[in-house]
Design a protein around this ligand. Structure first.
Ligand code: SF4
Ligand code: SF4
Length: 97
């Protein structure tokens, strides 16, 4: 059995030691609700894309293409920010989907 580290050998917490490392954290496992996007209703205003804290909404050629479920943590901000007259995103409970 290896000898436990002393406090001076422990890494300092709260530091981001590598830029862009959030990609490596699969926050999708936190989710209890998931967003369902309705392409028919969507106006592609990109409001949801701007507000998603996990950059989970994928856009190509100015249009919403998919939601990256590996990183979507189910916060519901996208559904909240989608204009009320459009409401193209609905949050669904994981076990009921
Ligand atoms: S639920 Fe939250 S994390 Fe998931 S796509 Fe919407 S805003 Fe992004
Ligand atoms: S906010 Fe709503 S209407 Fe705008 S791009 Fe997102 S899903 Fe589509």
């Amino acid at each position: 059995m290896s000898k436990p580290k002393g406090w001076k050998q422990l890494p300092i917490g709260g530091l981001i030691i590598e830029a862009g490392n959030a990609e490596k954290y699969v926050t999708g496992g936190w989710r209890s609700f998931y967003p369902v996007h309705d392409q028919e209703k969507c106006s592609n205003c990109l409001q949801c894309w701007i507000f998603c804290p996990d950059s989970a909404i994928k856009v190509k050629d100015g249009k919403i293409r998919e939601i990256d479920m590996k990183h979507c943590k189910g916060c519901g901000i996208c559904a909240k920010e989608c204009p009320p007259k459009i409401k193209a995103i609905t949050m669904v409970e994981e076990m009921k989907g």
